[in-house]
Design a binder for this molecule. Structure first.
Ligand code: GRF
Length: 192
């Protein structure tokens, strides 16, 4: 990645489907001087995604795509990303799988956050799986997105202790808190 001067932050799009706590956190991070990215666009597959509220609040352009026809939708998204001069993509709780072609077009410039210590627990319900397996530790991972789900090169991970008293709710909360530290740290690592 090229070096930044602070004036030319990398224009970034965040893709979300849900609550958007990572999205909100990335917006906050993008506003600090040392952040290499600016958040210029949010894309969602759901117009009801709660996280879109942060787009309104921070005046970030938002676009909803229904993904009924993946190829057609991705082509529309690629056109939009080009128009908006987007150079980097952060997936943050985005529940659609991007095609090989889309990923290739943004080769090495799409990252994701996942709530487990990858390669353990790819896919959904990671905390539930960790709890029923009686794991002593879980964590979160920021990784590059490749065509194989949750399998791209790991950028950073944080290991988190699971306490005996942890429930699905407490563990989700605990991991999210660490995700909010890890995602910006991983972005800093990539651009340095
Ligand atoms: C996070 O746990 C993230 O790791 C996973 O989906 C969740 C999104 O949470 N990919 P939020 O919408 O950012 O609050």
């Amino acid at each position: 990645m090229e070096k930044l001067t602070g004036l030319n932050k990398f224009k970034t799009a965040v893709f979300i489907s849900g609550t958007g706590s990572n999205f909100k956190n990335l917006i906050r991070f993008s506003k600090i001087k040392k952040s290499p990215i600016s958040i210029n666009l949010v894309i969602s597959n759901l117009d009801k995604a709660k996280g879109l509220i942060h787009a309104n609040k921070f005046k970030i352009k938002k676009k909803i795509f229904n993904f009924h026809n993946i190829i057609h939708t991705e082509n529309k998204i690629l056109t939009l990303l080009k128009k908006e001069k987007i150079k980097f993509i952060c997936l943050a709780g985005f529940m659609k799988i991007l095609s090989k072609n889309f990923i290739k077009r943004f080769n090495g410039k799409i990252i994701n956050i996942h709530p487990s210590l990858l390669p353990k627990y790819k896919g959904l319900n990671t905390h539930h799986r960790a709890l029923i397996n009686g794991d002593k530790f879980t964590g979160c991972t920021v990784h590059y997105v490749t065509e194989k789900l949750d399998s791209g090169k790991i950028i950073m991970q944080k290991k988190i202790k699971i306490d005996d008293k942890d429930t699905l709710i407490s563990l989700t909360k605990k991991v999210l808190k660490q995700e909010h530290k890890l995602y910006p740290a991983a972005i800093m690592k990539i651009f340095n």
